[in-house]
Ligand binder design. Structure first.
Ligand SMILES: [Zn+2]
Length: 542
C-alpha cells in the first residue's frame, strides 16, 4: 500500500526564487496524486530553506515515516527535499533500509533501484551545487554580459543609460564638453584644475555645485570608456557603446598625464609660461623655479616662483621672487587694459566693411581707367605699325615712338597688377587683430598662462619689467607718444576721457580710422604719428 506525505516547500531565500509558490505546489501535487491514485496521509508545509540540515518539519516527517505512518513522499522536485548532503543522505539511507519505499515527483521520475538512488543522489548534490554556485552564476551572467560588450553599471559623464533598450547612449549635451576637455588637456597647456574649472563652467560638477576634485577629473581623463572600451573588475573589455574620442587623442592625454603625475622632476622641467616675457629691474632676465613639497600621504604640491637670474656682475640685484599666481594676477590686470569692448569691435567691423566696399569701388574705377589707357596704347601701337608699313613715317621715328609706347604700356600694366593685388589687403589682418583684441578679456580671465604670454609679448615686446614684486611697463619708451603699435593706440583711445575724445575727433564724428601704418601700408604719411585709433563719437567705454 502506497501512503504518501505531501511535502511542498518554498523558502524566501534567493535559491527558491524561481520555484512555484506553496499553494501552487499543493494544487499541482494533489492533482498529480489524484491522477495516479496515490493516498495522501498528510500535507507537511515547509517554509524553510534546504540549504543546510535542521528543518524541523522535514525531520519530523522522516520520523513519522520511520514510525510507519507513510512509506512515500510526494514533492514537486528532488530539490524540495534536500539541498544538502546530510538531508539527501538521510533520504537515501531510508530508501536503502526500505523504510521509505516511494518517492514521487511530477518533475522527475524516480525508481527505487540502485541506479535510481544513484541518480537521486546526483540530483541532491546538484541541488547543493546549485546553491553553492548561485552567486557564481550571477557572476557568470555578468561575465557573459561583459563579453558581449555591455557595461554593467552607470554610464560615465558624456553618456546615459537608456533604460528602455538597456544600452548606453551618447549624451549629446555633455559628450562635446568631455571631448573638449580631452582636447584641451592634450595640448599640455592646461592643468587638471583648469580642466575641472572648464567642466564646472559647462555644468559638469559635483551635485552640491562645487567643482570636481582633481582625482575625479583625472578619472575622466583616463577613462577608456570614451574611446569605446571599458574597464570592469580590473579588466578591459571592448564595449558596444559608441566612442566619443579617438584612441589617438586618448593616448595624447595619457602622455601629458604621465609626464606630470608622480614625477616631480617633470614638474620642475616643464617650461614656465612667463619665462622670457619679463626682465628684472636690473635688466637681467627673469627665470622660474618650482619648489615641490611631498606630503607623507604621497601628495605633492608645487609652487612656482619667478625671480632674477642675478647674472649681472656689475649690479647686485635685490629683487625678491614673485609667486606665479601673484604674477599671473598682475599680468591679467595689465592685459585687461588692452581688451576691446565687443560694442566697439562691432562698430569697427561695420566701418571696415564700409571702407572695404568704398575701396573696392575705388580700385575697380582705377583699374578700369588703367585698362582703358593700356588698350588705347595698344591701339596707338597698331596705328604706328600701319603708318610705318604704309611708308607714312620713316623707320627712325617708328622705332623711337614704338619704344615710348611700349615703355608707357609696361608701366601701366604693372600699376594695374599692383592695384588689383593690393585691393583690401589690409582688411583681413585688421579683422584678425580686432578679434584678438576682443578675445583678450577671455584670455585675461582664463587660467591659460601661455595664451596670456603670447598676447603680452605681442603688445609689449621687451618692455615689461619686474620691480619690487610688481610688473612695470617701461613708460618712457613704450607708453608715451609716439605710440609704438596698434595696441598702445587702442589703450590710449580707451583711456582718453570722453571730453578730450570729443575735441580730437570733432572733424569727423563717425569717421573712424583704425589704420595702423603697418597694416594699411599706403598711409606712409602717418608713420611719424604712429597708429591712429579714433573712436566713434557715440562710443562710451562704460
Ligand atoms: Zn635682477
Amino acid at each position: 500500500m502506497e501512503k504518501y506525505f505531501l511535502y511542498p516547500r518554498k523558502s524566501t531565500d534567493v535559491e527558491d526564487k524561481q520555484v512555484l509558490s506553496i499553494e501552487a505546489q499543493i494544487v499541482e501535487l494533489r492533482k498529480y496524486a489524484k491522477d495516479n491514485g496515490f493516498e495522501i496521509v498528510d500535507t507537511i508545509i515547509e517554509k524553510r530553506s534546504a540549504k543546510s540540515p535542521g528543518r524541523p518539519k522535514f525531520n519530523k516527517m522522516l520520523e513519522r515515516i520511520q514510525n510507519g505512518e507513510a512509506n512515500g513522499i510526494l514533492a514537486w522536485h528532488p530539490d524540495r527535499l534536500a539541498r544538502n548532503s546530510i538531508d539527501g543522505g538521510q533520504i537515501i539511507y531510508l530508501l536503502d533500509q526500505n523504510i521509505l519505499q516511494y518517492l514521487r515527483f511530477p518533475m522527475f521520475r524516480f525508481e527505487n533501484t540502485s541506479q535510481g538512488k544513484f541518480v537521486l543522489s546526483i540530483m541532491f548534490s546538484q541541488s547543493k551545487y546549485y546553491v553553492d554556485n548561485l552567486s557564481e552564476n550571477v557572476k557568470r551572467g555578468l561575465r557573459q554580459k561583459l563579453r558581449r560588450g555591455e557595461y554593467p553599471g552607470k554610464a560615465p559623464i558624456g553618456y546615459y543609460n537608456d533604460l528602455r533598450t538597456k544600452t548606453i547612449k551618447i549624451d549629446k549635451k555633455t559628450a562635446p564638453i568631455i571631448v573638449k576637455a580631452y582636447e584641451m588637456f592634450a595640448t599640455g597647456n592646461y592643468k587638471i584644475a583648469a580642466i575641472a574649472d572648464f567642466l564646472a563652467e559647462n555644468g559638469i560638477k559635483k551635485k552640491n555645485g562645487r567643482t570636481f576634485y582633481w582625482t575625479r577629473v583625472k578619472n575622466i581623463l583616463t577613462n577608456v570608456f570614451y574611446y569605446g572600451h571599458f574597464a570592469y573588475g580590473g579588466e578591459v573589455y571592448e564595449g558596444k557603446h559608441k566612442a566619443i574620442i579617438s584612441k589617438r587623442l586618448f593616448d595624447k592625454v595619457q602622455a601629458v598625464m604621465d609626464k606630470r603625475s608622480n614625477n616631480t622632476k617633470a614638474i620642475i622641467k616643464q617650461p614656465k609660461p612667463f619665462c622670457g616675457l619679463l626682465k628684472c629691474s636690473c635688466s637681467m632676465s627673469v627665470t622660474a623655479t618650482t619648489k615641490v613639497k611631498r606630503q607623507q600621504n604621497g601628495n605633492t604640491h608645487a609652487w612656482t616662483y619667478y625671480h632674477c637670474t642675478k647674472k649681472s656682475k656689475a649690479v647686485r640685484c635685490m629683487e625678491a621672487p614673485v609667486r606665479s599666481e601673484a604674477l599671473d594676477a598682475q599680468l591679467s590686470a595689465v592685459l585687461k587694459e588692452y581688451q576691446m569692448p565687443a560694442s566697439l569691435a562691432a562698430g569697427l567691423c561695420e566701418l571696415i566693411g564700409k571702407d572695404e566696399k568704398a575701396e573696392e569701388a575705388q580700385t575697380s574705377k582705377a583699374s578700369a581707367s588703367l585698362r582703358a589707357e593700356i588698350a588705347q596704347l595698344a591701339g596707338k601701337q597698331s596705328i604706328l605699325l600701319d603708318s610705318y608699313l604704309n611708308q607714312d613715317i620713316d623707320r627712325d621715328i617708328f622705332t623711337a615712338k614704338k619704344a615710348e609706347i611700349m615703355s608707357r604700356k609696361k608701366t601701366l600694366e604693372e600699376k594695374l597688377e599692383r592695384t588689383l593685388s593690393g585691393q583690401n589687403a589690409w582688411v583681413e589682418p585688421m579683422r584678425k587683430w580686432i578679434a584678438k583684441a576682443v578675445s583678450i578679456r577671455k584670455i585675461a580671465e582664463s587660467g591659460d598662462l601661455v595664451a596670456k604670454k603670447c598676447v603680452l609679448a605681442e603688445i609689449f615686446g621687451s618692455n615689461l619689467f619686474l620691480k619690487d614684486k610688481k610688473v612695470v611697463i617701461n613708460d618712457d619708451k613704450f607708453l608715451s607718444p609716439p605710440l609704438k603699435n596698434q595696441w598702445t593706440a587702442l589703450r590710449a583711445a580707451l583711456a582718453a576721457p570722453a571730453s578730450r575724445r570729443g575735441i580730437s575727433f570733432v572733424e569727423g564724428p563717425m569717421r573712424l580710422e583704425l589704420m595702423t601704418p603697418c597694416l594699411k601700408g599706403r598711409c606712409s604719411n602717418r608713420l611719424s604719428y604712429g597708429p591712429v585709433v579714433r573712436l566713434p563719437s557715440d562710443y562710451t567705454t562704460k
